[in-house]
Design a protein around this ligand. Structure first.
Ligand SMILES: C[S@@+](CC[C@H](N)C(=O)[O-])C[C@H]1O[C@@H](n2cnc3c(N)ncnc32)[C@H](O)[C@@H]1O
Length: 341
């Protein structure tokens, strides 16, 4: 089973960050004409990096040279290092992972982009007819989300129209915010690169669709990744959310390094909800290895050791009103209190 198919903004603690294969595939898997150390070719139609100041940047057209350890990622070139008229920067959400799950707007945005930047697995989710028309694809393996985002910004500041892609939606535990933060730290502005977000279907919605109708009332998402948010803070948020009668979608539920986080989360949920509370588990929604299961909260912790729960899984914990009918999770919206049917 794949364990490395999600590496957006807060997913790095579970990854193989810093593994030697990262830097290898960083150059091997990238087809960038901008990024690699060998890329001095002027024949490329793409415009890379600052005017002549790549040495002042931690990136070669943005990307850090080899160190993909997320703690080591630093922003390099500033807006003053670029002479060109900036191009456009678009953060595009790919949806769950199959081409039919992409919006037309996302497809059009990618077709118009000169450069497409993203985590290798996400780039592979894009139909060939789209990637083939791009002047350049810059893909990196898991890790390096800061350097990858900076790469996309530097390419835009250097005059290219750039799309940075991620799974689901760019606003859900993803890179849209990071892009704006890095733009600001470079002394640039969002308007300068005509920054735009093209939404995609988030995992919670793709997964809910596979489970029935569990999200039709008030719902809150919690990520169990402690890469960017410390676990005590996550625990406190989970207590607060679980104490109210919200449906809870749990992102980043599991990894070998995050085993205790998952166990702790199950423990917290059980202090607020009955053990027979319906729980939906969807692994790889819209992907070849999709798996769907509806179980009860009391069974959840034991499933942490099974194949269905990993980094490509989203868990939906029902409210006290959620029930299972004909293999579907149903959270009443409240119509039954007002209407007879
Ligand atoms: C860093 S977050 C990115 C979320 C993404 N931006 C979105 O809108 O869905 C990665 C987490 O999203 C969830 N996820 C992403 N794709 C999924 C899929 N196809 N099926 C189930 N869960 C998925 C998993 O919980 C995974 O750990």
């Amino acid at each position: 089973m794949s364990t490395d198919t999600n590496a957006d903004a807060d997913d790095e603690s579970t990854s193989k960050c810093g593994a030697s294969s990262s830097s290898e595939s960083n150059t091997e898997s990238s087809s960038s004409k901008c990024g690699g150390s060998s890329s001095t070719d002027d024949s490329s139609s793409s415009k890379c990096g600052g005017s002549s100041s790549s040495s002042s940047s931690s990136s070669k057209c943005g990307a850090s040279s080899s160190d993909d350890d997320s703690n080591e990622q630093e922003v390099g070139a500033t807006v003053d290092d670029f002479d060109a008229e900036p191009g456009q920067l678009i953060a595009v959400g790919l949806g769950p992972g199959h081409p039919e799950g992409m919006t037309e707007r996302a497809k059009d945005a990618l077709l118009e982009a000169e450069h497409i930047v993203g985590y290798t697995t996400y780039i592979e989710l894009i139909p060939d007819e789209i990637t083939e028309q791009a002047d350049d694809i810059y893909d990196t393996p898991m890790c390096g989300e800061v350097s990858r985002t900076e790469e996309s910004i530097d390419r835009a500041l250097a005059g290219n129209d750039v799309a940075i892609v991620g799974s689901g939606d760019p606003n859900v535990y993803a890179l849209a915010g990071l892009a704006l933060e890095i733009l600001e730290s470079k002394g640039a502005t969002a308007s300068m690169v005509d920054f735009e977000v093209v939404p995609g279907v988030p995992a919670a919605q793709s997964c809910a669709a596979r489970l029935g109708a569990p999200l039709v009332n008030d719902t809150v998402s919690v990520s169990l990744s402690d890469h960017l948010v410390p676990m005590p803070e996550i625990e406190s948020r989970l207590h607060s959310v679980a104490s109210e009668n919200f449906t809870i979608t749990i992102y980043n539920p599991w990894s070998r390094k995050r085993r205790e986080n998952f166990e702790k989360a199950c423990e917290i949920l059980l202090t607020h909800r009955e053990p027979d509370t319906p729980v939906g588990i969807v692994h790889g929604a819209g992907r070849e290895d999709e798996q769907v299961m509806i179980t009860e909260l009391g069974e959840l912790e034991d499933l942490g050791e099974s194949e269905i729960i990993d980094m490509t899984t989203t868990i939906v914990v029902g409210t006290e009103d959620t029930y299972v009918w004909d293999d579907r999770m149903v959270t009443p919206r409240g119509y039954e209190t007002k209407y007879d049917y």
